[in-house]
Design a protein around this ligand. Sequence first.
Ligand code: CUA
Length: 326
Amino acid sequence: MNFKLPFVPEQASAAASEVDNLTFFLVGMSTFFTVLIAAMIIFFAIKYRRKSADGVGSSFENSPLLEITWTVIPLLVALFTFAWGLKVFFRLYRPPANAVEYQVTGKQWMWKIQHPTGQREINELHVPIGQPTRLVMTSEDVIHSFFVPAFRVKADVLPGRFTSLWFLPTKAGRYHLFCTEFCGTQHSGMTGWVVVQSPEEYQAWLASAPGPKAPSADGAQLFAQYACNTCHKPGPGGRGPILHGIFGTEVALADGGTVKVDDAYLRESILMPSARIVQGYEPIMPAFQGQISEEAMQQLIEYIKNPPPADAATAGTTPASRGNSR
Ligand code: CUA
């Protein structure tokens, strides 16, 4: 069944008509019984009204058949509704095994999305028609909720855990995306679009989108954001060791020992810098314990391991300058 009613959003996913049919059934059934019961109340109120000033009600006999009927019929209707609802529920909450996964992060007040191929976008999600699409979602701050009315899917997006939803887009077009959990002053502006394209258009879009960045590119940004670059640089202002190219090497420590620079040492040095100080430097770096997310930590370490060539040049980390700095 495909109803065309102006108060129902467009149906653009495989699940949309199923959800709508169930909704129409529920509304239809409720309406039928509401009208039936109201009509009977009015009818009986008129038919059995007191007709004379001294009228007295007559006694009545129970009808077991009538009582069984109005118990069994609603029971069957309720069980039927339950079974139908269960079917639609499983359809909505069990993604097919071949669903393609996209990462969604909610943040006051935007949706950040990353494609399985690395492309990122904000407040827009491009997907091809006919591709079972699964969104794995989390929040950076408060509770948000991801809702695409045309697909009839919605799921809360929570900090500190992953939730997911899936859909099979069936129709090309642009569909509204809403946040449906009050998440702060600009909640109402936390909207976007899901753009459903033909597979060819989607491939073209992927090719033209800002390509997947090198894994260390985010780390480079964080390196500047946390002001690491104000001390870990060559020249007179360089109060910390040059980090580019340091990974995998053995460094001498202030206490006379040595340490091999690996992920664990970098991690420790970011969170608790004074634990093992490199020889020739003062323990002046602030501790970042509790201030850096695990994701950011990975990106920073990635950046220290593999600085992009352009950055290495500006940071003066040619082998020669590194030799000079220690
Ligand atoms: Cu995010 Cu409301």
